[in-house]
Design a protein around this ligand. Structure first.
Ligand SMILES: Cc1cc2nc3c(=O)[nH]c(=O)nc-3n(C[C@H](O)[C@H](O)[C@H](O)COP(=O)(O)OP(=O)(O)OC[C@H]3O[C@@H](n4cnc5c(N)ncnc54)[C@H](O)[C@@H]3O)c2cc1C
Length: 413
């Protein structure tokens, strides 16, 4: 551990050297604040390295408030997001860090190199450039507040191995609970709670969903476009179109991850996910089948959907696949159209934090200053990134939140 400056007190200690912690460190360092970043993992930024399948979806190309979820004030979130517009964030990566970026057809922004390591290396070298000290392989174990300490320290931080640090300001950038092997084990939530913060119910978000019904497991490996809607009783909560991937346990793929929060998040009782296979809804399938004429159900559907899925859907609808479409009794046609265009997916659970991309819930936005992200309860304590109750959609929105909130803290401490 490097010696502390200024009579043994660090002006700023950032716990967690992930996306948010690094941005906080860079922007604090640029303002001349002597900063120490602590990281459990021997090498920082493990989650950046594995993100986007190793390619790192750094940003979305377009972003609106609706791409984010919080249980807190949407207005506060809007102001925070507006504090660093997307074009400026992109400029930061391209012009200041020298990472060339490209926009893919999906609207996601990746490094031209398709290498998450390039993004991580650029962030770490900027941290070094601004004079921040990064120490890996050290876990913060306990954080205590100090009152009226003669040396100006407001916090005492105990680390693995028994060493103790003193700091004037501390940033909790410890992430959530998702993919714990990258070092995020939820430590920051416990500390925030102990220090009097409300930590809203956490849940795996952007997570594959499970079903007990083996007929869907048998489709493992099939991927196709689907229109997925979340319904609560008669109310339509949201609809999105994208690829669904059948897995050995249930349902995954971008559209499922995106909609999973309606199942795993708060207020999820009685929420149903309804699929329109092939990206078509009830009406579109109805029109299509009416044009089927003398072709059999099987032949017609095979033109539009994978063979194995057709067999399953016909079975679910209790329809004879060899029947000519023109001769399909009205009730059978209705059942078939319903199954194709408006099929409730039987969800029995989710894969949990082991595979979830992010953690929903967390430290309540109401209890931090939306200008500085400083705790309203403990002066000198700041939060940024996934530890806060803000979750983005799939497509670079979660990193965008980490970059924006990290910078906000770095500019404020
Ligand atoms: C597989 C996967 C792929 C993803 N791909 C994308 C993507 O392409 N685009 C996108 O926008 N989002 C993606 N995400 C989400 C994104 O990675 C997170 O939203 C983001 O990393 C959160 O940043 P953070 O800094 O808040 O937390 P983290 O990145 O989790 O960093 C927190 C750090 O704190 C450290 N830490 C925790 N506790 C302690 C402690 N007590 N002492 C010291 N250190 C500690 C951890 O080791 C960790 O390194 C992906 C997530 C996963 C799991």
């Amino acid at each position: 551990m490097p010696p502390a400056p200024e009579g043994g007190v660090w002006p700023l200690v950032i716990v967690g050297c992930g996306a948010a912690g690094m941005l906080a460190g860079i922007f604090a360092g640029r303002r001349g604040v002597r900063t120490l970043l602590l990281e459990t993992r021997p090498r920082p930024g493990a989650k950046i390295r594995v993100s986007g399948g190793g390619r790192c979806n750094v940003l979305p190309s377009v972003s609106t408030l609706d791409d984010f979820h919080t249980e807190g004030s949407r207005n506060a979130l809007k102001n925070l997001l507006a504090s660093w517009p997307l074009t400026k964030v992109r400029e930061f990566f391209e012009s200041e860090l020298g990472v060339a970026l490209k926009v893919e057809d999906t609207g996601k922004v990746f490094p031209v190199s398709d290498d998450a390591g390039e993004v991580l290396d650029a962030l770490l070298s900027e941290l070094a450039h601004v004079g921040a000290t990064v120490v890996g392989g050290v876990r913060a174990e306990e954080l205590q507040t100090l009152e009226n300490a003669a040396d100006g320290a407001r916090f005492e931080l105990s680390l693995t191995g028994g060493s103790v640090l003193r700091a004037r300001s501390v940033v909790l950038a410890t992430g959530g609970l998702s993919l714990p092997k990258t070092g995020s084990d939820g430590w920051g939530f416990g500390v925030a709670h102990k220090l009097g913060h409300s930590v809203l119910r956490r849940y795996p978000a952007l997570v594959p969903l499970e079903t007990k019904h083996s007929r869907w497991h048998d489709l493992a490996g099939i991927s196709l476009p689907v229109r997925l809607s979340a319904h609560k009783g008669d109310k339509l909560l949201a609809t999105r179109t994208g690829d669904l991937l059948f897995t050995h346990k249930g349902f995954s793929g971008p559209v499922v991850l995106d909609m999973s929060r309606f199942i795993t998040g708060p207020g999820n009782e009685d929420v149903t996910l309804v699929a329109g296979f092939g990206g078509r809804g009830f009406e579109e399938w109805d029109t299509l089948l009416r044009q089927g004429g003398t072709r059999t159900v099987l032949l017609c559907l095979r033109e539009h959907l994978p063979r194995r899925l057709v067999s399953t859907l016909v079975e679910v609808a209790h329809v004879d696949p060899e029947r000519k479409l023109a001769e399909l009794p009205r009730e059978e046609r209705r059942r078939l159209v319903q199954t194709l265009g408006s099929c409730p997916l039987p969800i029995d659970g989710d894969e949990g934090y082991r595979t979830a991309e992010v953690t929903g819930g967390g430290v309540a936005l109401e209890e931090v200053s939306t200008k500085t992200l400083e705790s309203r309860r403990i002066p000198g304590l700041f939060f940024c990134g996934e530890i806060l109750d803000v979750t983005g959609r799939i497509g670079g929105f979660n990193f965008l939140w980490s970059w924006i909130s990290g910078r906000r803290v770095g500019e404020s401490v």
